[in-house]
Design a protein around this ligand. Structure first.
Ligand SMILES: *Cc1c(COP(=O)(O)O)cnc(C)c1O
Length: 443
């Protein structure tokens, strides 16, 4: 049977609700809240079949860097399509995966010369957790199997990743299936005491980390953190001194440091990798989301030669016997290489600094709004809390923003902007002006 084409928004919505189970969604909500049909994209804009447009202020769940339908990334994928779409990476290799691994090793903090690939962020976290514990087993310390993460952390939703995630909404239903891992204070600077600055608060949190490590390091394989910005916690931002201190403490107590830069890597915090701002090299660096410019699923765990060597042996079982079918997919690697090429040739980090300064100027109206609290920015991320009487603020804000041609997806009463880097000054004006209108209508 040939598929019947879908010619209208209405038909797309109805057939989607009948056939597609959408992620992170109570499907019954769609009885009243319509799905948003999208047919094509260009730059920061998404369009439906009838020409209605939305400015993608959340980079399509934090993945897009250089706009939808970017000509350079399109060309790279098209070129690769004519050569090789996929080959298994166990026992085989290909140029895109080699080029990408070499480029990433040059760009990442020193010493992360080995790249292990998967297809999504949660799998990268699973890999880092497993590699860490397996390293300790190979090193004669099989009792080191526990992990710690920060309060309100988010590392993905497969069972291992969920066990180091601290978001009750995602976790509670699966509690009995999860390994219990401890959390330590997160250095979220909104929680600093009165008169305490972000730096001192970060050090106070690091002191609590130290006492946890003192007590438990014998059982601990690794500490996993989202460097500088905890995304799903509501863009909680913290001082880079926490990174340097956590690095020292992990070293001192013989515990790995896993940097989950799935959301904050690839220039999002103003440097290529957030770890650079704490001047640290983690034992494992997890990347995904923006790595392909938001085009194709790809993730990578980068690690050190010391860890790599602990698996290198005649004995098969000392090896890291983990795999995914699409590991190192050539199309995804070419999208990632094209993305890195744009960084290299278009001075993206500097241009973003100028864009961020512009945004901060025009967003002063938001910062000073009487109902806006904790307005904050790091790199190309902005966030603030809205004082609102509505318990369902996030949903109201989302719906109202769509009417103003803006795609905002607040978390609770936290509104954030995480736009594609190609956003222009005129588009930033549209974003800020309309966000203000939406907030004024909701408070
Ligand atoms: C999105 C995200 C993940 C999970 O990535 P998926 O591709 O959605 O599985 C893990 N950690 C962080 C910090 C993320 O933002």
């Amino acid at each position: 049977m040939a598929a019947t084409p879908i010619k209208s928004n209405q038909a797309l919505l109805a057939r989607s609700l009948a056939a597609v189970w959408h992620p992170c969604t109570q499907m019954k909500r769609h009885e009243t809240l319509p799905l948003v049909p999208i047919s094509h994209g260009n730059g920061v804009w998404l369009y439906d079949q009838e020409g209605k447009r939305y400015l993608d202020a959340v980079s399509s769940w934090w993945v897009n860097l250089f706009g939808h339908c970017n000509p350079r990334i399109n060309a790279a994928i098209t070129d690769q399509l004519g050569k090789l779409e996929h080959v298994m990476l166990a026992g085989f290799t290909h140029e895109p995966v080699v080029q990408l691994s070499e480029r990433l090793a040059q760009l990442a903090p020193d010493g992360l010369g080995h790249c292990f690939y998967a297809s999504d962020g949660a799998s990268a976290v699973e890999i880092a957790l497993k590699m860490s514990a397996h390293y300790w087993r190979n090193a004669g310390k099989p009792e080191k199997t526990q992990f710690i993460s920060l309060q309100n952390s988010y590392h993905g939703e497969t069972l291992g990743a969920l066990s180091v995630t601290d978001v009750a909404l995602f976790k509670d239903a699966y509690g009995p299936m999860l390994k219990q891992n401890a959390t330590v204070l997160n250095p979220d600077s909104r929680n600093a005491a009165i008169g305490e600055n972000a730096h001192d608060y970060a050090l106070r949190c690091a002191a609590q980390l130290e006492s946890h490590l003192q007590q438990h390091h014998r059982q601990l394989a690794a500490l996993i953190i989202e460097p500088l910005v905890q995304g799903a916690a509501g863009m909680a931002m913290y001082h880079p001194v926490y990174l340097s201190r956590a690095r020292e403490l992990c070293e001192e107590y013989g515990v790995h440091l896993i940097a989950d830069e799935i959301a904050v890597g690839m220039g999002r915090t103003g440097t290529m990798f957030a770890c650079e701002q704490g001047e640290i090299t983690p034992d494992f660096l997890c990347l995904s989301k923006g790595i392909t410019g938001g085009y194709l699923p790809l993730s990578v765990v980068m690690t050190t030669n010391k860890i790599y060597q602990a698996f290198y042996a005649d004995d098969v079982t000392r090896g890291f016997l983990h795999s995914h079918s699409y590991t190192g997919n050539p199309l995804a690697c070419r999208a990632a290489l094209a993305t890195l090429e744009i960084f290299a040739t278009e001075d993206v980090l500097n241009t973003n600094r100028i864009k961020a300064a512009y945004m901060n100027r025009i967003a002063d109206s938001l910062r000073k709004h009487p109902k806006v609290k904790h307005f904050r920015n790091r790199g190309m991320i902005w966030a603030f809390e809205v004082e609102t009487p509505h318990a369902d603020f996030a949903q109201r804000c989302f719906s109202l923003a769509l009417q103003h041609e803006i795609l905002l997806r607040p978390m609770g009463n936290t509104v954030y902007f995480m736009p594609p880097y190609v956003i222009s000054e005129a588009e930033m004006d549209i974003l800020v002006t309309r966000a203000l209108q939406v907030i004024d209508q909701l408070v």
